[in-house]
Write a protein that binds this ligand. Sequence first.
Ligand SMILES: [Zn+2]
Length: 385
Amino acid sequence: MKKLLSLLLSVLLLCSLCACGGTAEPVETEPFVWYHTGPVEVSQRTLEDAAEADYVQPKNVILMIADGMGVNDIENARNFAEDKFSYGLAMDFLPARGTCTTHSDSSDVTDSAAAATALATGVKTTNSFVGMDPDGQPVKNVCEVAREQGKKIGVVTNDDMTGATPSGFLVHHNSRDDTVALWDQMVAAGPDVLIGNGEYAMREIGLSESSLAALDNYLVAPNFSKFTTVLDKDPEKPFYGYLASNVYESDNFLAYSTEIALNRLENEKGFFLMVEGCGTDKSGHKNNLEGKLSSVVTFDRAVAVAMDYCLKHPDTVLIITADHECGGVSLPADRATKDTITFSTTDHTGQDVVLLALGYGTQQFHGQVSDNTDIAKFMMELLQQ
Ligand SMILES: [Zn+2]
């Protein structure tokens, strides 16, 4: 009798904790809402539904790269990031969960150029090379493969437009620092969407005449608040949106830009989109823990937007990874405080990074240790089908 009573009490207590009146309905949390190109709302339910939707052979591929984001950065953000969603991290809802190795051809510790090349082309290369193999020969990237299939291509970053990561997807060059050459090739590649930090006096840094002429074909928005006004002018024209410096510190810029890019790229034949969040690397180099935590969240908001898109467009594959870890970030001694979290370096480390995914065929990565080149090979195979 005593046992029965305590069982009954436990059930009553559970029901009251669930605030569910006896049913197993999950508690609804505040959705992530903003008004930008239109009302956008991502709730916990959206992410759960996205995780469980029936995905079909894709025509669209989205690759999101958090530069310098280690596994510990994610765990620390889960525990200590103040501005994360009330339901935690969107990344935690992705159903295919594995890791990948990141070493380059020249070092156990890659830089962003060699890592972007591996992710974009499937070829390991020398640190500082973009889109070239170790012999200095250009290698075909995923944007070129998508283009061959008549698909649109887009590159979004909250770093400099000619940063190593975006360059790896559009450029073939043996130096990540040759800004003018990178710009020339980037414009020549003609992405349909290009968004990033590009406060360059482009007409004064010595771009070729052909690059300047190509840029004339773009709808150019020099200020984020004007993006949508400019976009409305012509739905067919390629779009180049840029901002002043330090956009990576702006909360929702990456989420907004991801939404804009997805709207812009949507078309019958499909698209390839690369989105980079750079704050996890920048704050790693500075050993800035708060910067790390908020950069994971900034990136995660963009992931939520992409997951919402996948739910509405099940012919889309979404892959999330990092190019490398940065800072050698530790975990706290206990979860009560972040005071004991330390950095072991102001540079990159060779730690494996996450490979999280959603969509057709992505279960092959679940529970596996892959290599960053496997991601490029997988994307190219999908885009060619
Ligand atoms: Zn770095």
